[in-house]
Design a protein around this ligand. Structure first.
Ligand SMILES: NC(=O)c1ccc[n+]([C@@H]2O[C@H](COP(=O)([O-])OP(=O)(O)OC[C@H]3O[C@@H](n4cnc5c(N)ncnc54)[C@H](OP(=O)(O)O)[C@@H]3O)[C@@H](O)[C@H]2O)c1
Length: 386
């Protein structure tokens, strides 16, 4: 009997994760079809994708991009505008899975809509869990949504946990490449340019996450993401530098056994893992040749060099508003650095200064999430202009 294809909505289709998702789907045309492609501004990329994936609808959340696409999409493809249309595309009844790959907390409403609709959700957009982890995971439980990580580290943990008792976990260890400045003299980082920060040694990624990797804010966000995804207290979560990015994460059990997942650093691997519901999918990534790799190195994270990793310890010990504010202030500071309005070393400094000013309280409504998010953005903007 012919198997029913899995129907997808891709949020953030025009980005780096969107491209890798399209690549994996196009390798398996018998298994996947596209309901909606959702982008923000990149109309040219959306045109190419719409030709390749033949979706039923295209959504652009930015008005100018809509004007650029008018009359250009393949015949029969409908064009919708705005975040409300993205939310509708994420919760459409015929959709089986939503790939949540917008960047930043802007992606939260649509990803959460997918969760409320009980979808399988491939979660790349880690900022959703950092800002609203408690609400997001509770909604997934209540609505029967299956949240599958699309971060290489979390996909690795997910695999190392399969078939094991949660209570036997001693520690989850995420690996971190250390980014482009792992070995550079910290004094020389003051004059780093956005181009240098974005040039990641192992991964090809979008601009925001590449800068987050250079400051190691990305690993800080990932620790919070892991806290919610795997329901783990902060003291059981850690990170270690592993420059080769071959071992993606490890889970240490009570009996001293450590299970790791290894693969070449290519996001198509965790994406294929998230897309599969039965047998493993061919992902198109190079085969791992350990004899050629030669060595796998590990070293402790230097929190002097990477203060974001010191800051996250305070954030994880504190209440929800700290994580919301850390994320929001980082989004503002990261963008300001990319716009050449802020120095590289001032990104985490700005986040730390914002954290010193905000309340440390729990949050259980989305309205409260947004109000703390706004306040942290306001404070960060104010500090950057000063
Ligand atoms: N890239 C990776 O290897 C990787 C790995 C793990 C996790 N992630 C996570 O996956 C997410 C996406 O990362 P990425 O590297 O793919 O980023 P990216 O290449 O910058 O793509 C971001 C996507 O989000 C859209 N977008 C930007 N601002 C938006 C807004 N205000 N409203 C709605 N959509 C918006 C962009 O649309 P336009 O381009 O059309 O403007 C694009 O489709 C991030 O949360 C990142 O942390 C990425």
């Amino acid at each position: 009997m012919k198997q029913k294809k899995m129907k997808l909505t891709i949020l953030g289709a025009t980005g780096s994760i969107g491209a890798s998702t399209a690549d994996v789907m196009l390798r398996h045309p018998d298994k996947f079809e596209t309901y909606a492609l959702v982008g923000h501004r990149n109309s040219q990329r959306m045109l190419e994708l719409a030709e390749q994936l033949k979706p039923e609808i295209v959504v652009m959340t930015d008005g100018d991009a809509i004007a650029e696409l008018q009359g250009k999409l393949p015949q029969g493809v409908l064009l919708h505008e705005g975040m409300d249309a993205a939310v509708a595309a994420a919760s459409e009844a015929s959709v089986d899975m939503v790939m949540a790959a917008m960047v930043g907390s802007a992606g939260l409403p649509a990803a959460l809509a997918a969760v409320h609709a009980g979808k399988r959700v491939g979660l790349a957009n880690k900022e959703c869990l950092v800002t609203a982890g408690r609400i997001f995971m509770q909604a997934a439980k209540d609505c029967g949504a299956d949240v599958v990580p699309v971060d290489s580290e979390h996909a690795a943990v997910h695999q190392a946990l399969l078939g094991h008792d949660h209570g036997s976990i001693r520690r989850i260890i995420l690996t971190a490449s250390g980014g482009p400045f792992r070995d550079r003299d910290p004094a020389s980082l003051v004059n780093v340019t956005p181009e240098e920060a974005i040039a990641h040694p192992n991964w090809s990624m979008g601009a925001k996450i590449s800068v987050d990797s250079a400051t190691m804010m990305n690993k800080a966000l990932e620790l919070i993401e892991a806290r919610w995804l795997f329901d783990m207290p902060a003291d059981k979560l850690s990170a270690i530098i592993h420059p080769q990015s071959i071992v993606h994460a490890m889970v240490e059990y009570r009996d001293g056994s450590v299970l790791a997942q290894l693969a070449e650093p290519d996001m198509r691997s965790p994406i294929a893992y998230a897309l599969q519901t039965g047998e493993r999918l061919e992902a198109g990534i190079p085969w791992l040749d350990l004899a050629k790799t030669g060595r796998l190195d590990f070293q402790a994270v230097d929190t002097e060099r990477f203060p974001a990793m010191r800051l996250v310890q305070t954030v994880m010990q504190g209440n929800d508003t700290l994580a919301i504010s850390m994320n929001a202030a980082n989004e503002v500071a990261n963008q300001a650095f990319r716009d050449r309005k802020l120095g590289f070393m001032d990104i985490v400094r700005t986040v730390e200064a914002v954290l010193a000013k905000v309340e440390n309280i729990p949050v259980d409504s989305l309205d409260d999430v947004w109000s703390h998010d706004r306040e942290a953005r306001r404070l960060a903007q104010e500090m950057i202009v000063l």
